[in-house]
Ligand binder design. Structure first.
Ligand SMILES: Cc1cc2nc3c(=O)[nH]c(=O)nc-3n(C[C@H](O)[C@H](O)[C@H](O)COP(=O)(O)OP(=O)(O)OC[C@H]3O[C@@H](n4cnc5c(N)ncnc54)[C@H](O)[C@@H]3O)c2cc1C
Length: 598
C-alpha cells in the first residue's frame, strides 16, 4: 500500500524562505495581517485531512468507480467519498480562499494552492468534486449578477452544493465554436436549454443536495462560431428566490464514461431537455465568462500532476531504499545484506531525482503563480495588478502543460523504480500513472496550451510579457552573476535566457511567413519555456539554500536542495538544446508527408 506524507517543510521553504509571501502580502490590504504561523497551521491541518481522510480512499475509489442508476439517473460515487466530502464541508475547507462577503475565510490563494496540492496527492478523483466547484465559484463571482451571487455563492462557498463546467459535446472539444446546445429565452427572463454534453467531470453524484452546472449554449439568433456562445447556470434542482430547493430540473446524467483513470470521479454524459437556466455574463460573451473558470482550472490541472508527482516520488524513494537487487557497480555498499538496495544504482537515482526535481520545481512555480493571482486581485497599485495578471497569463499554459507532461515522466519513472511490482495494482504506482494521463488532455490539450503560449501569449504581443518575465530572470542573474558558488546554476540559466529572445524572434518570423511553422514548433517551445521558468526557480531555491549553508545552518534540507538543483541543471535542463533544434527544424518534415500518411 502506498504512503503519503504532506510535504509541509518544502511548502514552507518556498513560501517563507524563497518567495517570502507574507512580506508580499503586507502590500495587499486584504492579506496584510496574514502571518506565516497562520498559513503553516492551516496547511498542517489540511495535510492531516488529505493523508488521513481522502488518501485511504484512493485505491478503493479506483477499484470501485462510480455507479449510475439508469432508472433514476442518480450516481453513487465510491464508498467513503460522500462521508469524506461531508468532513471537508464541516471543516470549512471549501471556504478557505473565498470572499468573506459570501461566507468565505478570505485567506490568500497561496494557501488554497498548497491545500489542493495535498488533496491531489491523496486522491485526485475525489478532489475534482470540490475542485470544480471552486472554479464555478470564481466564474460566478466574476460574472454573476448580484441576484445570482446572493443565491448561489454562499452554497458553493460552504460546499453545500458543488459545481461543474459543461463545455464539451460529442462533436466538439477543442473547437467550442462548433457547439450546438440551444438556449431559448423565456418570458420570465430564464432560458430553456436543450442539448448533449459529454465528459462532464463531477457531473452527477449524491454527495450534495444540489449541483450547479455552468453550461455553454447558443441563443437562437447567435452568430456562428465562438462569438455566438453564452454561459448559463443550470441547477440540478431548481432553486427558489429564497434559496429553497424545488423540483428536479431537466438536466440529468445519461451515462457514465468508462475510462483509463480517475475512476472515483463521475465523468458524465449530461442530457439537457428543456432545462431551466439563467444567463451568466452578457449574451454571446459566454466564452469570456467561462475563461475565468478555465484559467483557474488550468492552474488546477497543473496542480493535479504536481500532487501525483510528489506522492509517486515519496513511494518510489521508500521502495528504492528497501528493495535489494544486485551489487553497486562501484563496490558492495550493504555488506550485511545479500545485495545492495537499488538506490545505489545511478539510473534508479536518476528516476528518483527527476521526480523530486519536477515536484519541487513545480511547487515553486505553482505557489509563485498563486501569489501573483493574489496580487492581481488585491494590490492597490493598478500597474502592479496589471503586470501580475500578464505574467500569470503567460505562465498559465506552462503550469498546465509543463507540469502535467512532467507528471507523466515522473509517475512513469517512479513506477519503473518498482520494476514489475510497479505494474501490479496493489502497490498503487500504476494508478498514479493512469490518473495523471488525463491531465495532459483535458482543460485544453497540451498542444493547445503550447499554441496559446507561443501564438497568443508570446508572439501575440511581440514578446512583451516574455520580456517582462525576462527582466525578473535578469535581476537574479545580475544579483548572482559574480557569485562563483552560483555559477553552475546561473550560467546555464543566463545562456538560455539570452538564446530565448533570438529563438522566439526566429520562430515569429517563420510563423509570419507560414503559420504552420508556429504549430510545428509550439510544443517544443513550451518545454523550453518551462525549463527557463524552472531554471529560474531552481536557481532561486539554490540561492536561498546556499545562503543558509554559508550562515552555518546544518539542516540537511538545504544540502538536499542544492544537490537537487545540481541534478536538475546537469540532467534535465540540457534537453532545451535538443528541443530548440527540433523546433527550428520547421514544419516541412511534418507537412510534406502526404505519401507517408496516405
Ligand atoms: C475524463 C475527462 C474529463 C473531462 N472533464 C470535462 C469537464 O468537466 N467539462 C468539459 O466541458 N469537458 C471535459 N472534458 C473534455 C476535455 O476537455 C476534452 O476532451 C479536450 O478538451 C479535448 O477535446 P476532444 O476530446 O474533443 O479532442 P479534439 O478536440 O477532437 O482533439 C483531438 C486531437 O486533435 C488535436 N487538435 C485539435 N485541434 C488542434 C489544433 N488547432 N492544433 C493542433 N492540434 C489540435 C488535440 O490536441 C487532440 O490531440 C473531459 C474529458 C475527459 C476524458
Amino acid at each position: 500500500m502506498p504512503q503519503y506524507n504532506p510535504p509541509l517543510r518544502d511548502m514552507q521553504f518556498v513560501m517563507h524562505e524563497v518567495l517570502k509571501v507574507t512580506d508580499e502580502f503586507k502590500a495587499l490590504p486584504k492579506h496584510a495581517d496574514v502571518d506565516a504561523d497562520t498559513i503553516n497551521a492551516v496547511l498542517e491541518e489540511a495535510g492531516k485531512f488529505a493523508a488521513e481522510v481522502t488518501f485511504p480512499l484512493n485505491i478503493s475509489g479506483d477499484t470501485e468507480g462510480c455507479k449510475l442508476d439508469q432508472a433514476t439517473h442518480e450516481v453513487t460515487p465510491p464508498k467513503g467519498f460522500k462521508e469524506a466530502y461531508a468532513k471537508y464541508v464541516e471543516g470549512g475547507w471549501a471556504a478557505l480562499s473565498c470572499d468573506p462577503e459570501y461566507g468565505g475565510q478570505g485567506l490568500p490563494f497561496v494557501v488554497n494552492q498548497c491545500v489542493y496540492e495535498m488533496l491531489n496527492s491523496a486522491n485526485q478523483a475525489w478532489t475534482m468534486y470540490p475542485g470544480l466547484s471552486h472554479g464555478a465559484y470564481e466564474a460566478l463571482h466574476a460574472h454573476g449578477t448580484d441576484a445570482q451571487k446572493k443565491l448561489y455563492l454562499p452554497k458553493l462557498v460552504s460546499g453545500e452544493w458543488t459545481g461543474t463546467m459543461c463545455l464539451t459535446e460529442p462533436h466538439c472539444g477543442t473547437d467550442l465554436g462548433l457547439l450546438r446546445t440551444k438556449a431559448e429565452p423565456q418570458a420570465d427572463g430564464t432560458y430553456k436549454l436543450t442539448g448533449n454534453k459529454i465528459f462532464i467531470s463531477a457531473g452527477e453524484h449524491d454527495m450534495t443536495s444540489n449541483i450547479l452546472h455552468l453550461v455553454l449554449a447558443r441563443l437562437p439568433d447567435a452568430p456562428q462560431g465562438s462569438k455566438g456562445i453564452s454561459l448559463f447556470l443550470v441547477p440540478k434542482f431548481n432553486v427558489g428566490e429564497d434559496g429553497t430547493i424545488g423540483a428536479r430540473n431537466g438536466i440529468y446524467c445519461g451515462s457514465l464514461e468508462h475510462k483509463m483513470g480517475i475512476h472515483g470521479n463521475a465523468t458524465a454524459q449530461i442530457v439537457l431537455e428543456g432545462a431551466v437556466g439563467t444567463m451568466v455574463g452578457a449574451p454571446n460573451k459566454g466564452l469570456a465568462a467561462m475563461f475565468v473558470m478555465m484559467n483557474a482550472a488550468r492552474l488546477g490541472v497543473g496542480n493535479q500532476s504536481l500532487g501525483l508527482t510528489e506522492v509517486a516520488y515519496q513511494n518510489a524513494l521508500a521502495y528504492a531504499k528497501d528493495r535489494i537487487q544486485m551489487r553497486s557497480l562501484s563496490g558492495v555498499k550493504a555488506k550485511d545484506k545479500p545485495a545492495d538496495p537499488i538506490i545505489v544504482h545511478p539510473d534508479v537515482r536518476k528516476m528518483l531525482l527527476t521526480a523530486k526535481a519536477y515536484a519541487e520545481g513545480g511547487r515553486a512555480l505553482a505557489i509563485y503563480c498563486t501569489m501573483l493571482l493574489d496580487k492581481e486581485l488585491h494590490h492597490p497599485d493598478e500597474k502592479v495588478r496589471k503586470d501580475a495578471g500578464e505574467i500569470v497569463a503567460l505562465l498559465t499554459p506552462i503550469v498546465k502543460a509543463f507540469l502535467t507532461d512532467n507528471g507523466h515522466i515522473a509517475t512513469n519513472a517512479c513506477m519503473q523504480v518498482f520494476g514489475g511490482h510497479g505494474f501490479i495494482k496493489e502497490w498503487g504506482m500504476e494508478q498514479f500513472v493512469r490518473d495523471n494521463r488525463i491531465n495532459m488532455i483535458y482543460e485544453g490539450t497540451n498542444t493547445i496550451q503550447s499554441l496559446d503560449l507561443l501564438g497568443r501569449k508570446v508572439l501575440g504581443n511581440n514578446g512583451a510579457t516574455l520580456k517582462k518575465f525576462g527582466k525578473i530572470i535578469g535581476a537574479l542573474i545580475a544579483e548572482e552573476g559574480v557569485n562563483e558558488k552560483m555559477a553552475e546554476f546561473i550560467n546555464p540559466l543566463a545562456y538560455l535566457a539570452d538564446q530565448m529572445t533570438k529563438f522566439t524572434t526566429e520562430l515569429g518570423f517563420k510563423g509570419f511567413q507560414n503559420p504552420d511553422e508556429v504549430g510545428a514548433a509550439a510544443v517544443d517551445y513550451l518545454r523550453v519555456a518551462g525549463h527557463l521558468v524552472f531554471g529560474y526557480f531552481w536557481a532561486r531555491m539554490a540561492q536561498t539554500a546556499l545562503r543558509e549553508i554559508a550562515a552555518g545552518n546544518a539542516d540537511p534540507f538545504y544540502l538536499a536542495k542544492v544537490q537537487t538543483a545540481r541534478f536538475y541543471f546537469a540532467k534535465l535542463f540540457p534537453e532545451t538544446a535538443t528541443l530548440m533544434r527540433t523546433a527550428r527544424s520547421g514544419s516541412k518534415a511534418l507537412m510534406d508527408t502526404d505519401a507517408a500518411l496516405a
